[in-house]
Each structure stands twice: as structure tokens, then as C-alpha cells.
Design a protein around this ligand. Structure first.
Ligand code: ZN
Length: 152
């Protein structure tokens, strides 16, 4: 296992759309293990593969209830609403900003053994899943920061 370098805003890799994982091989497992170690070292809640420069649809998340690995995640349901502080390991030196997210999400993904699973999450974990899934589409939370509404 190795700690990988977390790339930060300004690197255009963060703005690209990641590709689906077609085969889970040794490199995929090494990547997952490295991402877990990198997340723990950085004391973050979530880390997506593009943040370590790999454009694959993978993220790891730990919001205090144990680490979960997501390969090819798809959010299939969202409901409710929450406003809360959000930060990102790729956007350092910034106070956490308030971002609106769904309160509940359902996400489908596969694990490192290729086994599909469905997870229902709420609160912080729902926020984290939305934030990390956005990374896979080149979206950063700062794109979604609450702004004053402009009435036309
Ligand atoms: Zn992030």
C-alpha cells in the first residue's frame, strides 16, 4: 500500500469525466487500498479516484460508520434536503462552505469482489456520496455552493 498524492484545484484532471471500471484486476485492488490509506492519512470523509489522478469511477468513504468502497456508483434515488458545511481534500485552504444536498440517497455500486450492492444513506453519508459521485463527473462542491437566489 502507498499513500498517493492528492491533486488539487487547478489540475484539469479534476474536471474530467471518469470512465466506468470494466474489469476489477490487481491494479484496481491496489488503487482501492492506496485510496483507503490516503484517505486515512488525510483524515478525510471521502476520496474519489480522480483526486489521485486516476479517471475511474471509484470512491471510498468513511463518515464514522466504517469504510465503504464504491465501484461504478450510480445514485438511483434522492429525496429531502439538507444545508451543511462541506469541504474537499482537493480544495485546500478554504473554510467549509454551505452546500445544499439531498437528505436521503440510494446508491447502487459494486464492491471489490465484483458483487453489486445497494445502499440507502442519510445525512452526512448522503452528502458524502453526492460529493464523491460529483467528482466522477468532474464536478467540485464549489460549483454548488449556496448562492443568493437571483430573481428574474
Ligand atoms: Zn472532494
Amino acid at each position: 500500500m502507498a499513500i498517493r498524492k492528492i491533486i488539487t484545484i487547478g489540475d484539469e484532471t479534476l474536471r474530467k469525466v471518469s470512465k466506468e471500471v470494466e474489469v476489477i484486476n490487481k491494479r484496481t485492488i491496489t488503487l482501492l487500498d492506496d485510496m483507503i490509506q490516503t484517505l486515512r492519512e488525510a483524515q478525510g470523509a471521502g476520496l474519489a479516484a480522480p483526486q489521485v489522478g486516476v479517471l475511474k469511477r471509484i470512491f471510498v468513504a468513511d463518515c464514522g460508520q466504517g469504510l465503504v468502497e464504491f465501484i461504478n456508483p450510480v445514485i438511483t434515488e434522492m429525496s429531502g434536503e439538507q444545508d451543511g458545511p462541506e469541504g474537499c481534500l482537493s480544495v485546500p485552504d478554504r473554510p467549509n462552505d454551505t452546500v445544499k444536498r439531498p437528505m436521503y440517497v440510494t446508491v447502487e455500486a459494486i464492491d471489490r469482489n465484483g458483487k453489486p450492492f445497494t445502499m440507502k444513506a442519510s445525512g452526512l453519508m448522503a452528502r458524502c456520496i453526492c460529493h464523491e459521485t460529483d467528482h466522477l463527473d468532474g464536478i467540485l462542491y464549489i460549483d454548488k455552493m449556496n448562492k443568493p437566489e437571483v430573481k428574474k
